[in-house]
Design a protein around this ligand. Structure first.
Ligand code: 5GP
Ligand code: MG
Length: 182
């Protein structure tokens, strides 16, 4: 797996620093809003956000619940979105709650927009969105995201939860792959 790596964009140390900052910003905003109920529901989008959300929640001291949602957009070995579709159950009991959607990367924005619209129907008290990465492309920059870890060029990345054909999620760094690995 290591030999498939082309370059390391963000090391595990740099990621850890940034996740801590994101947690602090989210907590600060909740306190500033005197959020009532002072309780949040995280909605991580499976599968790419699992590593990120596991790190992020340990920087959130608030009372919180996790309610996952599963969306598919990149079937198999494809490297561009085919439009997002929901798989499985919709998280319930979000009415009147402060909801934080968590995803790995914002690209076409189809995934985030789909999840935002599904959650909006339940009339939560607020909806915020947190992504680890956002591509510097119009579709991503135009999609509403409250918290962004890093803005990156329009390249295909893996690691820290992000996959290619379901592999590489366990790489601790965020990396690009050598062309012969794709
Ligand atoms: P969107 O719906 O915004 O186009 O894409 C969001 C989803 O596509 C992400 O949750 C992620 O699963 C996948 N995706 C988008 N860009 C990349 C990328 O550069 N690398 C990987 N591994 N997945 C990506
Ligand atoms: Mg995903």
């Amino acid at each position: 797996m290591r030999r498939d790596i082309d370059s390391v964009l963000y090391s595990r140390e740099r990621i850890a620093e940034r996740v801590k900052e994101l947690g602090a910003a989210i907590s600060r905003d909740l306190e500033a809003a005197e959020a009532d109920p002072a309780e949040i529901v995280l909605v991580p989008i499976l599968t790419g956000s699992i590593v990120f959300v596991a790190d992020l929640i340990r920087h959130l001291p608030q009372k919180l619940r996790i309610s996952v949602i599963s969306v598919t957009s990149y079937p198999g070995k494809s490297m561009s979105s085919r439009g997002a579709s929901l798989r499985g159950a919709i998280p319930g009991n979000l009415g009147g709650r402060h909801v934080l959607i968590v995803d790995d990367i914002l690209d076409s924005g189809n995934t985030i927009r789909l999840v935002q619209s599904i959650i909006q129907e339940q009339e939560p008290a607020s909806i915020r969105t947190c992504v680890m990465l956002r591509k510097r492309i119009p579709s991503a920059l135009e999609t509403e995201a409250s918290y962004v870890g890093f803005d990156i060029d329009d390249v295909f990345v893996v690691g820290y939860g992000l996959d290619y054909d379901d592999y590489y999620r366990n790489l601790p760094d965020i990396v690009t792959l050598r062309p012969d690995a794709l």
